[in-house]
Design a protein around this ligand. Structure first.
Ligand SMILES: O=C(O)C1=C[C@@H](OP(=O)(O)O)[C@@H](O)[C@H](O)C1
Ligand SMILES: C=C(OP(=O)(O)O)C(=O)O
Length: 448
C-alpha cells in the first residue's frame, strides 16, 4: 500500500515518565469482521469505533468489490448494506489486501463457497505469507486455489456452489484458519465443524451469533474447543460498537511499565479472556496494572487499564499454551523483558515466524542492535533484562508491531533507538505516534 512504499525512519529517545489518560483505536480483529459480516448480512449494519487503519480499509474495499455498500459518514460511523450469504458478486478487478493476513485469510473463506472467482494480492510482506493453511481446508469444501511459490499470494480462489461441509482439526493455533473454515460453512449445506486443540480468539463465534447465526461451541476434555454451525444460513444486519484494541493498548502499557514515574490510564480496552495473555504475563512479572470499570458491552468484556512504572519487572517463564492469547504481543513483551530483572523465557513461538515478518528473527535482530542479551532455543526466546544500551537501527520488514515495539524500547534506553521505517504503523494503529507523544514519549526523525 502507498504508505509502505516510502520508508519513514523514526527514533525514540529516553523519556522520563509517561502520564495521561488515553483511548487507543478500535480492535482490528473485530473491525475486519464487522465489515465482512455486515457485507454478508441482509439490511444495514452501523459500525461505530471502527479501526480506520490500512488493514481494515482494505477489507472495506474488498467488500465493496464483492457487492456490499460500505459508506463512512461525517461522524465516523460506518454504514454497511449487505448482499446476503450466497449473493456476493464476482469482483471485476484484483482485490488488494495490503498488509493484512486476517483480511486475506478470512475473505478467502467467504468467497470459497460462492460461485465466483476472486483474485487476491497484497504488499511485499503479505505476498511472503503462507495461504496453504487456509487453502487446504477450503479445498475440502470444493474450492480451488492457484497460488505462487507453494501457497503464497497472489492467490486466485475459484469458489464452489456445491460445497460439501467439512470437519477440520486445526494443525496450528490460529483464529484466522478457524474463521476461514467457519465462514466457508455459512454458504454450505450441512454442519461445518472446527476443532481447535488450544482455544484462539473467538470474535468470529461471538459476532456470528450477534448477526443471528446459531454457532455451537463446546469445551473438549483436553481443554480445546469444538465449534460448529449448520448452513446455509442467512445473516441479519446488527449494529456494532467496536471496543478498543488490546494489541494496540500493549504499547503504552509496556512504555508506562518501563518508566518509573509513569502513570497512565488506557480506557475501554477489549478484555476478551482469549486476548489478555499479555496483561496476565506483565502482572506475573510484577507490573503494577489495575483493571477498573470492568463491564460487558456489545458482547465483549471491556475495562480501563491503570498502569504505573513504580514496581520493577522480574523475568518469568511464559508458557507455550498462553501464546494464542497474546500472539501479537510478543515483540513488545520482549521489550518489557529487556527492562526486567533476570531472564524471561517466552515458550512456543513458532507462529511468530509467519507474521508480517519473521518476528522471532526481527525481534532478535532488534535486541542485538541495541545491546540486549538474548538467545533463541528452538521456538523459545530468552531475554536477559537490565540496563538497555540502545543506539541501534532496527529493520522493521513492513511489520507494524516491530516498529512500535522498538520505538517503545528507545523510551528507556541510554541512547536513541531508531527504526528504519515507521510507515507500517498505519496498518493497525494510525494514531500511535500522536497518542504516545501526548503521554510524553519523545520521538524524532532518524537518518536512514
Ligand atoms: O483472527 C484474527 O483476527 C487474528 C488472528 C491472529 O492470527 P493467527 O490466526 O494467524 O494466529 C493474529 O495474529 C492476527 O493479528 C489477528
Ligand atoms: C499478525 C497480525 O496481523 P495479520 O495477520 O492480520 O496481518 C498483527 O496484527 O500482528
Amino acid at each position: 500500500m502507498s504508505s509502505s512504499q516510502t520508508k519513514r525512519p523514526l527514533q525514540s529517545l529516553k523519556s522520563r515518565a509517561l502520564n495521561g489518560d488515553i483511548r487507543v483505536p478500535g480492535d482490528k480483529s473485530i473491525s475486519h469482521r464487522s465489515l465482512m459480516f455486515g457485507g454478508l448480512a441482509i439490511g444495514e449494519t452501523k459500525i461505530t469505533g471502527l479501526l480506520e487503519g490500512e488493514d481494515v480499509l482494505a477489507t472495506a474495499d474488498a467488500m465493496r468489490k464483492l457487492g456490499a455498500t460500505v459508506i463512512r459518514d461525517d461522524q465516523g460511523t460506518w454504514h454497511v448494506t449487505g448482499v446476503g450469504v450466497g449473493a456476493l458478486r464476482e469482483p471485476d478487478s484484483v482485490i488488494d489486501m495490503g498488509n493484512a493476513g486476517t483480511g486475506m485469510r478470512l475473505m478467502a473463506g467467504i468467497v470459497a463457497t460462492h460461485p465466483i472467482t476472486t483474485f487476491f494480492t497484497g504488499d511485499a510482506s503479505l505476498c511472503k505469507r503462507p495461504m496453504g493453511r487456509v487453502a487446504d481446508p477450503l479445498a475440502e469444501f470444493g474450492a480451488q486455489f492457484i497460488t505462487r511459490d507453494r501457497g503464497r499470494p497472489p492467490m486466485a480462489v475459484i469458489g464452489t456452489d456445491e460445497a460439501k461441509p467439512v470437519t477440520y482439526t486445526l494443525p496450528m493455533a490460529s483464529a484466522q484458519v478457524k474463521s476461514a473454515v467457519l465462514l466457508a460453512g455459512l454458504n454450505t449445506a450441512g454442519t461445518t465443524t472446527v476443532i481447535e486443540p488450544i482455544p484462539s480468539r473467538d470474535h468470529t463465534e461471538r459476532m456470528l451469533r450477534h448477526f443471528g447465526v446459531d454457532v455451537d461451541v463446546s469445551i473438549n476434555d483436553d481443554g480445546g474447543r469444538t465449534v460448529s454451525l449448520t448452513g446455509p444460513v442467512q445473516m441479519t444486519a446488527a449494529d456494532i460498537v467496536v471496543p478498543t484494541d488490546p494489541s494496540s493498548a500493549a504499547f503504552p502499557l509496556v512504555a508506562a511499565l518501563i518508566n518509573p514515574e509513569s502513570h497512565v490510564t488506557i480506557r475501554d480496552v477489549c478484555l476478551n479472556p482469549l486476548r489478555t495473555g499479555l496483561i496476565t504475563t506483565l502482572i506475573e512479572m510484577g507490573g503494577d496494572i489495575t483493571i477498573t470499570n470492568e463491564r460487558e458491552e456489545a458482547g465483549e468484556t471491556i475495562g480501563d487499564l491503570v498502569v504505573t512504572g513504580k514496581s520493577r519487572l522480574t523475568g518469568i517463564v511464559v508458557p507455550a499454551e498462553r501464546a494464542p492469547s497474546m500472539i501479537d504481543e510478543y515483540p513488545v513483551l520482549a521489550v518489557a523483558a529487556a527492562y526486567a530483572q533476570g531472564e524471561t523465557r517466552m515458550c512456543g513461538l513458532e507462529e511468530l515466524r509467519v507474521k508480517e515478518s519473521d518476528r522471532l528473527a526481527a525481534v532478535a535482530a532488534g535486541l542485538a542492535a541495541n545491546g540486549v542479551v538474548h538467545r533463541i532455543e528452538g521456538d523459545d526466546l530468552i531475554v536477559t533484562g537490565g540496563d538497555v544500551p540502545g543506539g541501534g537501527m532496527v529493520e522493521t520488514h513492513l511489520d507494524h508491531r516491530i516498529a512500535m515495539s522498538f520505538l517503545v524500547l528507545g523510551l528507556g534506553a541510554n541512547d536513541p533507538v531508531a527504526v528504519d521505517d515507521a510507515s507500517p504503523i498505519t496498518t493497525s494503529f494510525p494514531s500511535f505516534e500522536s497518542l504516545m507523544r501526548e503521554l510524553g514519549a519523545n520521538f524524532a526523525p532518524a537518518g536512514s
